[in-house]
Design a protein around this ligand. Structure first.
Ligand SMILES: [Zn+2]
Length: 557
């Protein structure tokens, strides 16, 4: 499969390589700066949702769109590139993702889907061969997926890695499998006392499995990433995003120091994908914001907006619900910042700072109680008629009576359609028969808000905007399940979905003047696909190939 894909891509890469060469040739011969792309199906995603067959790009900006006949006459000296009837869209925008998190996840061994403990060790060995490090960090194993459904032990890791520490987190992050070097370096023995966790013993000695808070005891053996490693991580993440047709990303929350390093990468021209990064809602970030010590904007990079977590996730029953969980009568979940007066104060101060400095607030809300609380809190700041572009992230379970907040206070729902198709198997267990109808209600949110911003939430979900598209439109998983779609009435049309992934996503971070559609004066950020997303089947859309990704008119994939 992989080789087939590679074969397919390289065929198209070759085609574009040839096209690029001919462009350079023409440019050199005639000294032209404009390029006329023609004979494509170009979805401009302008307000009329117009399609054209040609567009002219000059110095990285869209100069004109229209018919080939007209543009060829108007721009006789433009270099011409035949799109050969392929499909052009504005570059996809991911309105909520974790770009830096993706980079980090690519620096550790991915153990999801391993078939046995030995299989996991083999993955670590091949990773070490590819990217040698003085430690091994991994994540994603699950003994329930293995033939022997038991916790593995330290000895198995010791055989492969006797001299460097190995820490492999379980898929849920609540357990770690470590070797003796890691235990020794962190000083963990059978006598170590841990509250809120456990060091599992075998014959009176640590077995190599640590639970909950005990996991933290060994984390100090994994060194912090150097600036160079962070740089490497970001560049690797960018490569993946560009290959999936993403040209602009919104990172949902980073610390000041990380933002500073990323900003430097843009200053040094080491990254080209557009990035809008929110400040994580930490006390350090609040201090910097209150003292106007902002991270400097760079070409295609800005750090703006504040991200706060109101509650946790539905799966682990951390989402804050108004009525108890359907599958656990005594639990409502909880508001994360209500646990302590200091955290409560921090959140209030962040709201105040955001409002006073015109910085949008973006709040993670899953449960209907969290959504209600935050919508109500936002309403205190957003007087009727203002347009501050504050967003609710996920907006996963919204009581119908709370939907009016979106229209009255111009709040933007920022949702990730793959969450609906990932959670649909168990979400009803948590919420019950009637309340599930209030969950993943994208159509209802759109109707009230007038727009909806779409994202993937990678690396929690796959880096693939086409899955966003198919989940929003068809509401089915990879296996076309369930037939007819999960709560299909809350799905979006193809046009709404494409807008949510482009112009509305741009609007949600005040970028609509510069990107999100292919219109005169905007940046020439666009992609070429081999399928017509407005007409093709579910399967075709899911498997559509990105034939080219362009940022400011330059082919970057
Ligand atoms: Zn997220």
């Amino acid at each position: 499969m992989e080789t087939l894909l590679f074969h397919f891509l390289s065929k198209y890469d070759m085609k574009f390589l040839l096209l690029s060469f001919s462009f350079i040739y023409i440019s050199v011969c005639y000294g032209q700066e404009s390029t006329l792309y023609h004979h494509g199906y170009i979805y401009t995603v302008d307000s009329a949702f117009k399609t054209v067959d040609a567009m002219v790009i000059e110095n990285g900006v869209i100069k004109a769109t229209g018919s080939y006949k007209t543009l060829a006459t108007q721009y006789p000296k433009a270099a011409q590139i035949d799109l050969k009837k392929q499909f052009v869209y504005p570059g996809f925008i991911d309105a909520h993702c974790h770009f830096f998190g993706l980079g980090l996840s690519m620096q550790i061994v991915d153990l999801i889907g391993t078939k046995s403990a030995n299989d996991a060790v083999q993955k670590c060995l091949s990773y070490q061969k590819e990217k040698p490090k003085k430690y091994i960090m991994g994540r994603g194993w699950d003994q329930n997926d293995w033939a022997v459904k038991e916790y593995p032990n330290a000895e198995l890791l010791d055989q492969a890695f006797p001299d460097i520490p190995v820490v492999l987190k379980r898929i849920d992050g609540h357990a770690a499998w470590v070797n003796h070097k890691a235990l020794q370096m962190s000083g963990v023995t059978e006598r170590t006392v841990v509250t809120g966790g456990e060091i599992i013993l075998k014959n009176g000695k640590p077995s190599g499995i640590l639970i909950d808070n005990a996991v933290d005891l060994v984390m100090n053996v994994i060194p912090n990433m150097t600036e160079q490693e962070i740089q490497q991580a970001c560049m690797e993440a960018e490569k993946v995003c560009l290959s999936k047709g993403l040209t602009y990303l919104v990172d949902a929350g980073l610390e000041y120091d990380t933002l500073a390093i990323i900003s430097k990468l843009y200053r040094d021209k080491k990254l080209s994908i557009g990035l809008d990064a929110m400040y994580a809602g930490s006390s350090k970030n609040l201090y910097k914001i209150n003292h106007h010590e902002y991270i400097q904007n760079e070409e295609n990079f800005k750090a703006w907006g504040i991200k706060i977590y109101a509650d946790g996730a539905l799966g682990s029953r951390g989402a804050c619900l108004r009525a108890p969980y359907a599958d656990r009568a005594e639990e409502h979940g909880f508001m994360l910042f209500k646990g302590s007066a200091a955290n409560d104060q921090l959140v209030m101060d962040l709201f105040k700072a955001g409002y006073e400095q015109g910085m949008p607030m973006n709040v993670h809300c899953i449960g209907d109680s969290a959504n209600h609380y935050i919508l109500n809190e936002m309403a205190k700041y957003l007087n009727r008629g203002t347009d501050l572009r504050w967003r609710i992230e996920h907006a996963q379970v919204t009581a119908p009576s709370d939907l009016d907040y979106y229209s009255t206070f111009k709040i933007i729902p920022s949702v990730q359609p793959t969450h609906a198709t990932s959670d649909m198997y168990w979400a009803e267990d948590r919420l019950g028969k009637s309340r599930i109808g209030h969950a993943y209600t994208y159509k209802s949110l759109l109707k009230k808000a007038g727009m909806i911003a779409l994202g993937t939430d990678f690396p929690v979900e796959a880096v693939n905007p086409l899955y966003t598209f198919t989940s929003a439109v068809w509401r089915m998983d990879a296996h076309s399940f369930p037939k007819g779609g999960f709560q299909k009435e809350e799905g979006l049309t193809r046009e709404e979905t494409l807008k949510g992934m482009t112009i509305w996503a741009a609007w949600s971070v005040s970028e609509e003047k510069y990107r999100g559609s292919l219109e005169t004066g905007k940046r020439a950020d666009f992609i070429i696909l081999n399928k017509d997303l407005m007409k093709c089947s579910f399967k075709e859309a899911r498997e559509a190939k990105v034939l080219g990704t362009f940022i400011s008119g330059k082919k970057v994939y």
